[in-house]
Each structure stands twice: as C-alpha cells, then as structure tokens.
Ligand binder design. Structure first.
Ligand code: ZN
Length: 345
C-alpha cells in the first residue's frame, strides 16, 4: 500500500489543498499543470471525424458558435461553484446595433438561470457537454470552437482577478470576443460617506492583455454604486487607454455609469469626417474616445461603421482619409443606486 501511495504521489502529484489559499480557497489549477488536451489523433474514432477538418469545423461552428456564454464562479455555503449559461440578454439583437443592444451591466441571465433555489433552467443550457465528453477528439476540437466562436461574458470579480489561475491558458488564448463587468469596491469612510475603488481594474486588464492573445472584440462595463464621477476623477480611463494601446483589438466598447457618461458627453466635440454620410440625429451618433493625438478627446461621431472605429479626422488637407481612428466607443451603462421612492400620504 505504501508503494502504491508513493507511485500515486510520483505520477499524479498532490492536489492543491485549501491550506495553500486560505484567504479565498478558490479552486486554483495546479501549478505546474500538464495539458490533457491532445493535439493530434492517430485514427478517427467515429464517422464524424472521418470528414475533412474544414467540414467538421463548419458543422461545429454552426452548432456550438454564435452565442454569448456566461462563465462565472460564485461563493456558496459549501464552497465555490462554477456557473455557466447561454446568454438571452439580447435575443436577436447584435452588438452592431448601437442603441438597441443591451450591455453586460444589465444582464439578468445568471440570476434567472439559477433561480432562488439553485435549480438550473434548461433554456440556458448550452447542451454541449454530451458531445465534449464523447471522446478526446470531440473535446479537443469542440472546446476550441466553444471559446473562439462565442462571446465569453464574465461578471465574477474573483474569476477576473485570478483568471489564469482558474482557467487554462490555452482556453484564454482561444477567446476572440469578451465582455467583462468590473464592479467598484465600496470602502466605508470615517465620515460615514463611502468611497469607491477600482484598484483591481489594473490586474484584471493585465490578465486579459497577457493571456487573451486572439481577442479582437472587447466590451468593458463598469458598475459603481454611486452617483459620483469616480471614473473621471481617477486613473481609470488612462488605464483603459493603455490597455487599448497594448492590444490588437478590432473593436472596443466601454460602458460608463450613467452619471459619468453624461458628464463625458458635456465635453464632446461634434465632428464630421468628409467620407461619412451626414448624421444629424443623436441616434446616428455616439461618443467616441479618440486616442489619435497626444491628449484623449471625446468626439461625437457617426455610427455608420459601428462597432468598428470611425475614420480618423484628418488634421491636414493632404492626410490619408481612409485611416481608422484609434480609440473606443463610450456607451451609457449602470444607472447607479436607485433613489428611494417618495409616496404621497
Ligand atoms: Zn446574459
């Protein structure tokens, strides 16, 4: 028996114990971690895998792709629990719809999917576990499509902060479209008025920058339970600017709390590009944080290319007019704390 225990210890290693992470006891991946996803297969295991890979990929994209998928971990009485669900927030609306698309800050899916008694609603079930677990090749090909052909939505702050310790890095490397909700931490002050901190934004963005190499679409949504403009007063937007510069994104949207959004709109300049069709109503335009020059500027720009960047405003007559602007779209998000209702007696 002692020899068997020694063999298990040598070949399988010891599992991480709760004592290693007493502060969170999150189910961290072991380090170092041996990848168990095979990349080559000697012989097709069933008829489906005898099809050329291009055909298989098309089928898998049609079956497994094209959705937004929630991925979260939450603290329960008995410990941490992984949660996942198909997002029904926008139904048939797509991210290219500037004013009809509902942002991640208002997403009710996980609350509804798991209900009050923890029962999972079947309509939120991706229905793919059977295929993924059918054989190793199905898992290897399906799991890549799952992460790369869907938009991944993460709201759990522990998951965002510890992303590479909880999700294998090759899965993070497959993600192409990502929505994250960053919730400001409430800090009680001696004077009785709370302050709100976004100090955890930097490690969250650092995790995404380091591990999501194929990301091309990103939506960042802030939740701040305050009526103030903390995001404008602190280093938050410069951090987001630096993140944008460090990535090769095709489109990026940032949802600001409502009060902050309208404060930003006060300083926007209404700009028109010579190649854009006239956009006179507010529904045809949107605030755009331009990082083209030295200082970031908020421009009110036509959304004809949305969610992709508008064209860069030419500074000189001989400047190329077909170059895209550098920056990201600003959207109105979290409406902040609800004011208490006043009833007439
Ligand atoms: Zn959802």
């Amino acid at each position: 028996m002692a020899r068997f225990s020694a063999w298990v210890k040598k070949h399988l290693g010891s599992k991480p114990t709760a004592q290693r992470h007493p502060e969170y006891q999150l189910p961290f991946l072991p380090t170092p971690r041996r990848s168990v996803t095979l990349t080559s297969f000697d012989a097709p295991t069933c008829l489906f895998f005898q099809l050329p890979y291009d055909i298989r990929e098309l089928i898998l994209l049609m079956v497994l792709g094209g959705c937004t998928l929630h991925m979260d971990i939450v603290r329960q009485k008995e410990g941490w629990q992984w949660r996942g669900a198909v997002c029904h927030r926008n139904q048939c609306r797509v991210p290219s719809m500037r004013y009809a698309w509902a942002g991640p800050w208002s997403d009710p899916c996980l609350r509804y999917a798991y209900g009050r008694n923890g029962e999972f609603l079947e309509e939120h079930n991706p229905g793919i576990m059977g295929f993924l677990l059918s054989c190793r090749q199905a898992y290897a090909e399906g799991i890549h499509i799952l992460y790369s052909a869907n938009c991944i939505n993460i709201e759990s702050q522990p998951l965002l902060i510890h992303l590479p310790q909880l999700v294998p890095t090759d899965r993070l490397g497959s993600i192409t479209s990502l929505e994250v909700v960053v919730t400001a931490h409430r800090i009680e002050q001696d004077n009785g008025r709370p302050s709100f901190s976004l100090n955890h934004l930097k490690p969250i963005l650092e995790n995404i920058k380091t591990h999501c190499h194929h990301l091309h679409s990103f939506c960042l949504s802030f939740l701040v339970a305050s009526c103030g403009c903390e995001i404008l007063d602190g280093p938050t937007l410069p951090l987001v600017d630096a993140f944008y510069h460090s990535m090769q994104l095709r489109n990026m949207r940032v949802e600001l709390p409502s009060v902050t959004y309208w404060k930003v709109c006060d300083y926007r300049s209404v700009d028109h590009h010579p190649r854009e069709a006239p956009a006179n109503t507010w529904r045809e335009r949107s605030p755009w944080r331009s990082l083209d020059g030295g200082e970031p500027r908020v421009q009110d720009r036509s959304i004809e290319r949305y969610p992709y960047p508008p064209l860069k405003l030419p500074l000189r007559e001989d400047e190329d007019e077909s170059v895209e602007s550098v920056g990201y779209w600003l959207l109105e998000g979290d409406s902040g704390p609800m004011h208490p209702m006043v009833t007439c007696s």
